[in-house]
Design a protein. Structure first.
Length: 441
């Protein structure tokens, strides 16, 4: 692997000698990841990215969870190329196409039937936030209630409706977000290990004169990825599900980032054994990085009038084709076990990483192939992410203090590559904290 130079001047991806880059001159200030990862990327394969200078990077970011099966997985790319070569329909609004039919059949036979799940599929605009908007709108319409319960440190997207249920402080602004009709409750663990926050929510929702309106829905991430890799316990999720039944609210699980195998099972709610009324999937559902978002809804909730919730890009046929191929991974009964095996290996190495710096306050948490390495000293966490990038590892920060390294490699990453990434993390922490690890990984 050819590592990037330890320190090199970079202006949004190109060395200073090459002058101002069009990204800087033309692209809005709002751009963000090109600031965290200053390179111009060109090619990608599996868990690797390559920049225009041919430098190789291990990708522990995986398109923020959109590339669970890695970049350009050969079987998925082949299906895409064949479809394009065969003049397959690309855009079709929500007209019926062969590609959509194939996806629906595969989703039913590979995902729904083996899990005995009964959901209708609603195709929405192409990104995760479109799915959340549709889910909230449907819940309010069907339940004839306006209030929605969301949680501290949640992230559900940034359009008006999804922003209203997003707690992340850096995204909120009193002038454009709407706090009306949303009540935030503490997520599992938010009030400490000894407080069951569902009991707290139960008192406020079911009690008299609490000031909390009866909710149409409770929207939750089973693991808050952006919020700092906060893992809700199975017991907490089950009691939340029970609370929904007791207060007549729908349970919406946002599986946009932690669904599609990220936690080891296809859905993140399989382990706790709950069955949400509405599930939103996006990111890795297409398996290729092609935009796609779907809402799964219990059939009795399907009160939409034809065309009542519409959008031009609900029929990305290329995404249907790649999604259908990606679902083939789930035909093997071994696939899930394989994700867990890799995840356990990764977790053990991350624990070793933390114990190798006994003078640093660190903590690992996560499940499946998603882990957060919290470093109490936020400045060290942030410098580690930058130092890791200089050493050839793409890794993002998360959490309200931006002090959690989010370890999010493709779920198919081989253990050697996982080890190489953790080693880079160890070298990076050693460099920025000025500490020598007690034991090399
Ligand atoms: N919900 C969760 C849990 C997410 O992680 C994200 C994106 O990171 C979204 C919703 C929003 O998805 P998108 O960025 O595709 O609109």
């Amino acid at each position: 692997m050819k590592p990037p130079e330890a320190v090199r001047p970079v202006v949004a991806g190109r060395s200073e000698s090459q002058g101002e880059h069009p990204h800087e001159r033309l692209e809005s200030q709002v751009r963000s990841y090109c600031r965290s990862f200053p390179a111009v990327f060109d090619k990608a394969e599996g868990c690797r990215l390559y920049d225009v200078d041919g430098r190789e990077y291990l990708d522990f970011f995986a398109g923020a969870g959109a590339l669970n099966y890695g970049h350009n997985a050969p079987r998925i790319s082949r299906a895409m190329v064949d479809y394009v070569r065969g003049n397959g329909v690309m855009h079709s609004l929500d007209m019926a196409t062969r590609a959509k039919e194939a996806f629906l059949s595969k989703f039913e036979s590979v995902i729904l039937k083996p899990r005995k799940l009964d959901y209708r599929l609603q195709f929405v605009g192409p990104t995760g936030t479109n799915g959340i908007e549709a889910a909230l709108k449907l819940a309010r319409m069907v339940m004839k209630r306006r209030n929605v319960i969301a949680f501290t440190n949640s992230y559900h997207g940034l359009t008006a409706g999804s922003l209203a249920v997003t707690a992340g402080e850096s995204y909120r602004n009193e002038y454009y977000d709407s706090a009306a009709d949303v009540t935030f409750m503490p997520y599992d663990g938010f009030l400490g290990d000894d407080v069951n926050t569902v009991d707290y929510a139960r008192k406020l929702i079911l009690g008299k004169s609490t000031g909390v309106d009866q909710p149409a829905a409770i929207v939750v991430e089973t693991i808050q990825a952006e919020g700092g890799v906060n893992v809700a316990s199975a017991a907490w999720l089950r009691s939340l599900d029970e609370l929904c039944r007791d207060c007549g609210a729908l349970l919406i699980v946002d599986d946009i980032q932690v669904g599609c195998g990220r936690t080891g099972e296809f859905f993140s709610f399989e382990l706790p054994g709950i069955e949400p009324d509405i599930v939103v999937l996006s990111k890795s559902i297409s398996g290729s990085g092609q935009p796609m978002s779907i809402v799964l809804l219990k059939p009795h909730l399907d009160e939409w009038e034809p065309g009542q919730h519409t959008s031009t890009f609900r029929g990305n046929n290329l995404a249907f084709v790649t999604a259908t191929t990606a679902l083939e991974y789930w035909e093997s009964p071994l696939f899930s076990a394989e994700i867990h095996r890799r995840g356990q290996h990764l977790a053990a190495m991350l624990e070793q990483l933390c114990t190798s710096f006994p003078n640093l306050e660190t903590r690992v948490r996560g499940r499946g192939m998603l882990f957060g390495v919290e470093i109490a000293n936020a400045a060290i966490a942030q410098s580690t992410s930058r130092a890791a990038f200089r050493r050839g590892l793409v890794i993002e920060l998360c959490g309200p203090e931006d002090n959690v390294l989010k370890v999010l490699p493709p779920i198919v990453t081989e253990t050697d590559d996982l080890a190489a990434g953790v080693r880079i993390l160890q070298q990076s922490i050693a460099e920025v904290a000025g500490m020598t690890p007690t034991r090399e990984i």
